[in-house]
Design a protein around this ligand. Structure first.
Ligand code: 3HC
Ligand code: NAI
Length: 694
């Protein structure tokens, strides 16, 4: 049963009991209505408390029911809220922790609300590409005022209950025992004669509601360009302000039904579940015991090591930072301090917190200082010989059971593990640069990596606020292996007729944060050059455009050298198209006999995105990633793929794999077509009319 019913001296307590977050699925909704009826029919009951068991009052509508018949099956949330509102006996919502989305809307239907300190209150629907669809857009402005309500709705951000004390939302916010306070409150109001107050009967007071709504619309419109939901929140609030509660409610419903069908909402829900699914590894049960991580060590205080150390420090874990030379150590520490100082300047960190964080670092030049570490993350030069030295030394000094992680981006984690006598304790932790900022962490599972090591690292990733995705061992892991195909296509298109600015613009218009050429200029063109040189040796048969090598030969490594695919001015990161480079590209085409032609923006987008999808499909076929949503999470959190398109695998599903297959076959038959080897799973799924996500 998803709802419990108990009585306490004249008060009925209806407790939502649908773990994990008391989602308002069909059985919970039906249980609430049943409980209300039972309370109405019992003359001994004078008042009702509506509350939640476990970790939430309610996390809102059950998102898994969206677009299924259950979502609209009676009693809908509207019916439930009407029943609460219409109860002849007063209903008191008692919120001990999370009240979000439909959960808050349910509470807003109650006659009274009391909350515990520290409860998280939100209408987070916009984060799922929808708007509050059970009266939230009408009730909340009447409860806390137009401005505060619009803020909560368009941001979706949670607000602590104590901040809302006195706002008109809560009758009381208590620090002590909420259950007792709720019962006492219910007895008090149960003794009063009705009718009991309804939020819907309140007026929205505002000196210039129309002006404020227009102002919000302008601000939000500029910020939420590709996300339709925030503007719809404003429209629905406006409808209620202009035409009253019931008309506002009907309009809200209309918007909800339309938004829940949009690809943007689909993508955002995919990301919501994808993030949670990523932490689940098919053959590692959720109750796998984890190793305790209290002390961390980081080897190498360079670009990555410093950022990696900051992640742990930020989570309160002490870090021993090891370098080979005092100067390198000092440089690394100075960079960490500089980063924190920048955060202090922005007002996001208190000056005293800076010193506390720095105090968590123990700098050292001696491996002896690593013997207490529970986790050691290596971030030294990307050379197998250097990794070998480090891991052999770690094997000697690390305590038994310590996890030994490598941040390598291209080397074979199994080879690194084999440098030790404990390969089961070795794992890849591939952070992205800047490591203290980027959300993505690829956890590379070697063939011997122990299950509890994986479980520990996945749990730790949550603690340091990373989205961790497990990847098997292969060149480039999930993210970089795919990006290589994307870059390959970008370079071929230069040969065939496009210019860097056109390619970048087309894919940025599609929604990428940065096109491939701007990205390469930022990362350093020499990095890709080094990788390609290795590729030429390892895979002499593989066809690459040499156009980027030509650029590198002129020393145009990108922003760091003041020029790359684009020109840069000192102190200015703006990418200015370079006449010189464009001429070089056209000249290269002539030299190689390539027929330059006009390449449409649609072709650019297809070739770049389907190159990702195609390689992603191969990664799934090989079991390097265990599910398509893992690949999407890598791209959404690490590579600037537009969130509202859900990642390269979901996007392909949206286009339809039949169409993806046709496009890939088409490109394979044209110039540079040998770069396209259709992943067999795309054809197989297309034939069955299926997608990567079902
Ligand atoms: N529906 C279905 N499942 C939900 C859910 C929901 N509303 N909210 C959370 N879950 C599931 C998660 O998928 C996860 O499942 P799993 O264990 O199988 O992976 C589980 O509950 C626990 O979730 P978290 O790992 O996120 O747990 P936390 O304790 O970290 O956070 C939370 C709890 C703050 C409630 C967080 O889950 C959250 O933000 N949930 C989404 C809240 C939300 O967006 N609500 C609005 C829903 S839409 C709505 O209400 C429409 C209405 O206006 C009509
Ligand atoms: P870096 O050159 O900035 O830093 C490496 C640091 O390691 C230097 O400070 C060096 O003094 C130190 N070092 C070298 N040998 C050492 C040893 N034997 N013991 C202790 N310290 C030693 O390099 P970066 O960019 O930080 O890369 C480190 C690792 O992270 C590499 O494996 C790289 O592939 C990986 N990586 C790099 C990313 C990037 O964007 N820079 C992204 C993801 C992974």
């Amino acid at each position: 049963m998803a709802v419990d019913y108990t009585t306490h001296d004249g008060v009925a307590v209806i407790t939502l009991n649908n773990p994990p977050v008391n989602g308002l699925g069909l059985s919970t909704r039906a249980g609430i209505v049943e409980g209300l009826e039972r309370a109405q029919n019992d003359p001994a009951i004078k008042a009702i408390v509506l509350t939640g068991a476990g970790k939430a009052f309610s996390g809102g509508a059950d998102i898994t029911e969206f677009n299924t018949p259950k979502a609209t099956q009676e009693p809908t949330l509207h019916t439930v809220i009407k029943a609460v509102e219409g109860s002849a006996k007063p209903v008191v919502a008692a919120i001990h922790s999370v009240a979000m989305g439909g959960g808050l809307e349910l509470a807003l239907g109650a006659h009274y609300r009391i909350a515990a300190h520290g409860a998280q209150i939100a209408l987070p629907e916009v984060k799922l590409g929808i708007l509050p669809g059970a009266g939230g857009t009408q009730h909340l402005p009447r409860a806390i005022g137009l401005e505060a309500a619009l803020n909560m709705m368009v941001s979706g951000a949670p607000v602590m209950s104590e901040k809302l004390a006195g706002s008109g939302l809560f009758d009381d916010v208590v620090e002590g025992n909420l259950a007792e306070a709720a019962l006492a409150f219910a007895r008090k109001v149960g003794a009063q004669t009705g009718p009991h107050p309804k939020v819907r009967d309140r007026k929205i007071e505002h000196a210039n509601a129309e002006g404020f709504i227009q102002f919000t619309r302008n601000t939000v419109g500029a910020m939420a360009k590709n996300f339709p939901a925030p503007l719809k929140c404003i429209d629905a609030v406006e409808a209620g302000v202009k035409n009253g509660f019931d008309k506002g409610l009907a309009f809200e419903r209309e918007c909800f039904v339309a938004l829940v069908q949009t690809p943007e909402s689909h993508a955002l829900r995919h990301a919501f579940f994808g993030e949670r699914a990523a932490s689940k590894i098919p053959d590692v049960p959720s109750d796998t015991p984890v190793r305790e991580i209290k002390q961390v060590a980081v080897i190498g205080a360079g670009t990555m090591g410093g950022g990696i150390a900051m992640n742990f420090i930020n989570a309160g874990l002490p870090v021993t930072l090891l370098e080979t030379k005092q100067e390198a150590l000092d440089r690394g520490l100075a960079t960490i301090r500089k980063n924190y100082e920048a955060t202090v300047k922005k007002g996001k960190l208190k000056p005293e917190a800076l010193e506390q964080r720095m105090a968590l670092i123990t700098p050292t030049l001696s491996y002896d200082d690593l013997k207490h570490a529970d986790l050691i993350v290596e971030a030294v030069f990307e050379e197998l010989g250097v990794k070998e030295q480090v891991f052999k030394r770690l094997d000697e000094v690390a305590k038994p059971g310590a996890i030994l992680a490598s941040n390598t981006s291209t080397l074979d984690v199994d080879k690194i593990a084999a440098f030790t006598k404990r390969p089961q304790d070795v794992v890849g932790m591939h952070f992205f640069s800047p490591a203290n900022v980027m959300k993505l962490l690829e956890v590379v599972r070697g063939k011997e990596t122990a299950k509890d090591v994986l479980a520990t690292v996945m749990q730790l990733a949550k603690k340091i606020k990373k989205t961790a995705v497990v990847s098997g061992v292969c060149d480039g892991f999930i993210g970089n292996r795919m990006i290589e195909q994307y870059i390959r296509q970008a370079l071929f298109m230069l040969e065939e007729g496009a210019l860097p600015a056109q390619v970048d613009k087309a894919i940025e218009k599609f929604g990428f944060a940065m096109g491939p050429f701007r990205m390469s200029d930022l990362a350093g063109n020499d990095i890709g050059w080094a990788i390609r040189k290795r590729r030429y040796l390892e895979h002499p048969d593989m066809h690459y455009s040499k156009i980027a090598d030509r650029l590198c030969e002129t020393g145009r490594f990108g922003q760091k050298t003041g020029s790359g695919w684009y020109d840069y001015k000192a102190g200015d990161r703006t990418a200015y198209p370079s006449k010189l480079v464009d001429e070089m590209i056209v000249g290269y085409s002539q030299e190689t006999g390539a027929q330059r032609r006009k390449i449409s923006d649609a072709e650019i987008v297809e070739r770049l995105v389907f190159a990702l999808t195609n390689e992603g499909a191969k990664i799934l076929e090989e079991g390097i990633a265990s599910k398509a949503s893992d690949i999407d999470m890598v791209y959404l959190t690490g590579y600037g793929f537009p969130l509202y398109r859900g990642g390269p695998m979901l996007y392909a599903d949206t286009v339809g794999l039949y169409n993806v297959e046709r496009a890939i076959r088409g490109y394979a038959a044209r110039a540079n077509g040998d770069a396209w080897q259709l992943a067999p799973s795309i054809a197989a799924l297309a034939e069955k009319g299926r997608g990567f996500n079902g």
